[in-house]
Design a protein around this ligand. Structure first.
Ligand code: NAP
Length: 251
C-alpha cells in the first residue's frame, strides 16, 4: 500500500495507460479521480472496476485544454476528498499528418491537449498542493517522441518534447514547496491510440525489430513507473524523465 491515504487525479483515465494508472494507484490505497473528456459513463465504468476491489474513486468529466474545466476538476476533488497529493497528467491525443500538409487547426489541437493541458493541470494542482503545505507529486506523461523524431508526427513530437522541458523547469520552481515533478516517456504501448498501427502486421514487425526487449509495452508497464514516481520512494527524484520503452531509444 504505497499510496495509502493519498488523493490522486489521473487525467485521461477512462482507458489505456491512464486507466491502468488509476487502477494501480487505487490498489495501492489512493483515493482516485478518474477523468475523461467524452462521456462520464466511461469514467463511471472505471470507478465501478475500482470499487469492485473496495477501492475509492470518483468520476470528473473535464477537458484538460480548458482552464475553467481544469479549475473545476481541482475544486471538485478538494470538495470530495479534501486534498490533492498526486496528479498524473496523462490525457493526450495523437493524429498523424505529413509536415507539409499539417494544418494550423491540427497543430493547435495537439498542442492544446498534450502540452497546454499539462501546463494547466500542473499549475492548478500545484497551487492546491502549496496550500496544503506538504509533499506533492506531479507525474507528466510524455513520450519517446519527445526525444526522437517520428515521421508524420511533427506536432505531437513538439508537444511531447515541450512536456519534458516543462517538467524540468517546473521541478526547479516547485522544489522549495517539496513538490516533485517528473515525467515518463513511454515507447509503443498497446492502447486505443496505437491499435490501428499495431494491427498492421508489417508495422508491428518493424516496431518489434526496434525494441530490444522484444515486445510491445502494456499500460501496466507505465503504471508501475508512475507508481514509483508518485510514491515516497521517489522523494529525491525531481525533473527527471523516466524512459519506459523496452530499450527502443538506447540503440
Ligand atoms: P488513449 O487510449 O487514446 O486514451 C486517451 C485518454 O485521454 C482517454 O481517457 C481520453 O478520454 C483522454 N483525453 C483525451 N483528450 C482529453 C482532454 N482534452 N481532456 C481530458 N481527457 C482527454 O491513449 P493512451 O495510449 O492511453 O495514451 C495516454 C498518454 O500516453 C497520452 O498522453 C499519450 O500521448 C501517451 N503515450 C502513449 C503511447 C502509446 O504507445 N500508447 C506512447 C507514448 C506516450 P475519453 O475516453 O473521454 O476520450
Amino acid at each position: 500500500m504505497k499510496l495509502k491515504g493519498k488523493v490522486a487525479i489521473v487525467t485521461g483515465s477512462t482507458r489505456g495507460i491512464g486507466k491502468a494508472i488509476a487502477i494501480r494507484f487505487a490498489k495501492e490505497g489512493a483515493r482516485v479521480v478518474v477523468n475523461g473528456v467524452s462521456d462520464i459513463k466511461k469514467c463511471d465504468d472505471v470507478v465501478k472496476e475500482i470499487k469492485k476491489f473496495s477501492g475509492e474513486a470518483i468520476s470528473i468529466l473535464a477537458d484538460v485544454s480548458k482552464k475553467a474545466d481544469v479549475e473545476k476538476m481541482i475544486s471538485e476533488t478538494v470538495k470530495k476528498f479534501g486534498r490533492i497529493d498526486i496528479i498524473v497528467n496523462n490525457a493526450g491525443i495523437l493524429d498523424m499528418s505529413d509536415f507539409l500538409s499539417l494544418t494550423e487547426e491540427h497543430w493547435d489541437r495537439i498542442l492544446a491537449v498534450d502540452l497546454k493541458g499539462t501546463f494547466l493541470c500542473m499549475q492548478a494542482a500545484a497551487k492546491q498542493m502549496i496550500k496544503q503545505g506538504k509533499n506533492g507529486k506531479i507525474v507528466n506523461i510524455s513520450s519517446i517522441a519527445g526525444f526522437v523524431g517520428f515521421t508524420r508526427l511533427a506536432h505531437y513530437c513538439a508537444a511531447k518534447a515541450g512536456v519534458i522541458e516543462l517538467t524540468k523547469e517546473v521541478a526547479i520552481e516547485l522544489a522549495p514547496h517539496k513538490i516533485n515533478v517528473n515525467a515518463i516517456a513511454p515507447g509503443a504501448i498497446e492502447t486505443d491510440m496505437t491499435k490501428d498501427i499495431l494491427a498492421d502486421p508489417q508495422a508491428l514487425k518493424g516496431f518489434l525489430g526496434l525494441i530490444p526487449l522484444g515486445r510491445i509495452g502494456k499500460p501496466e508497464d507505465i503504471a508501475s513507473a508512475a507508481l514509483f514516481l508518485a510514491s515516497d520512494d521517489a522523494n529525491y527524484v525531481t525533473g527527471a524523465t523516466l524512459i519506459v520503452d523496452g530499450g527502443w531509444t538506447i540503440q
